[in-house]
Design a protein around this ligand. Sequence first.
Ligand SMILES: NC(=O)c1ccc[n+]([C@@H]2O[C@H](COP(=O)([O-])OP(=O)(O)OC[C@H]3O[C@@H](n4cnc5c(N)ncnc54)[C@H](O)[C@@H]3O)[C@@H](O)[C@H]2O)c1
Ligand SMILES: O=P(O)(O)OC[C@@H](O)[C@@H](O)[C@H](O)[C@H](O)CO
Length: 391
Amino acid sequence: MKKALHFGAGNIGRGFIGMVLCDNGYHVVFADVVPSLVEQLAAAGSYRVITLDTEIETKEVAGVRAVLLGSQACREELVDADLVTTAVGLGNLVHVADVLADGLQRRMQRNPEPMLNVIACENAIRATSTLRDLVYERVDHEVRTWLDGHVGFPDAAVDRIAPNRDGYAVEPLDAVVERYFEWDIEQPAVRGELALSGATFVRDLGPYLERKLYLVNGAHAAAAYAGYRRGHQTVREAMQDPAIAQLVADVQEEAAQGLTSAYPDLTLSGLRQYANTVRTRFLNPHVVDHVDRVGRDPLRKLAASDRLFGPLRLTMAAGRKAPALTSAIAFALSYDNEQDESAQKVQQMIQEHGVSQAIAQIAGCTDETVVASIVREYERIQGGIWNGTAS
Ligand SMILES: NC(=O)c1ccc[n+]([C@@H]2O[C@H](COP(=O)([O-])OP(=O)(O)OC[C@H]3O[C@@H](n4cnc5c(N)ncnc54)[C@H](O)[C@@H]3O)[C@@H](O)[C@H]2O)c1
Ligand SMILES: O=P(O)(O)OC[C@@H](O)[C@@H](O)[C@H](O)[C@H](O)CO
């Protein structure tokens, strides 16, 4: 039986990647940093995925094991794994890289011939490439040469809403997910054979990845940050607020305009259809997804290449204005959730240096016109007079 080592036994790890791998006949070994989660998974050897839709479907993912990240057992799992995946959060890839660097050296010494693929399933531009670079930094020339020939690092885009489980009557290991899913993997970087039913193999991931990050996650972020500010608890509640529903649709339209200029194969009508489906998903009455999960870590979400400044850059490069993305960025900067450490860092930067400096520091954006528009929207939000994007 093929074996997959998956880092991150959280919502998307259990609810999406683990399930697809199991459906493809992999024996799945989860590696996580939370000892209690690892113990529970290891003891149970299985968990359930509950699909939230008009029909609630419960499916068992059986025959799984679990190891603690960094343990000897975890490093040893790499020696004969057939596939490695991650869903740990972009900032945590550095810790996965430490383990991969060590485990892959063991593999080079003891099981060098079989090809291996490593796929990071994180919401970011080319997260697998980021992970590969982190691994390469940690090994010497001999290992790098072996990695070049035997280990593929294909980039991927993953899409499935896997909310937190609070509010659902579920068992401790249950994962809850929407029915929809999409997993796109860049074929040219794959080493050896990799067949995964449920995944789509594409020649160039760029358009798939940016379409997903901007039209799903950018829109999601807009709904969450505006929703938080306007007192909504969940994404669905936020989407039922007409001003936010319009903001989200406008964010998608601006991003779509930018995407069609950057990727001639993407059509505006195709992107509009995709965007409509995304908004319907956000309104799914069976999914309770809190704005604080979707808005988590605004420092990451406000980075230059991420879901808000990424499409803004494309739209501006296409010579178009982006008032809705500007509002969404201003809402992200206004996100002062005390439970979110990253939000608190953003607030501290704003307090210490002002909004313009915070934008420069976080997103590297110093374009005076862009910064001035964001600041104007930020002030409207702070003043409580935002009731729709200024045109
Ligand atoms: N939840 C979603 O709807 C969704 C959908 C698509 C993609 N994603 C992406 O998947 C990733 C995980 O998101 P999530 O919602 O599952 O988060 P989560 O917090 O539910 O799960 C993350 C898991 O990773 C573990 N972890 C953290 N650092 C680790 C490390 N170094 N090694 C091993 N495990 C580690 C955590 O303990 C946790 O169990 C993120 O990059 C997210 O953007 C999430
Ligand atoms: O996971 P994040 O923090 O990058 O983004 C929050 C949500 O937008 C995200 O988890 C979506 O639910 C998911 O990407 C849908 O595929």
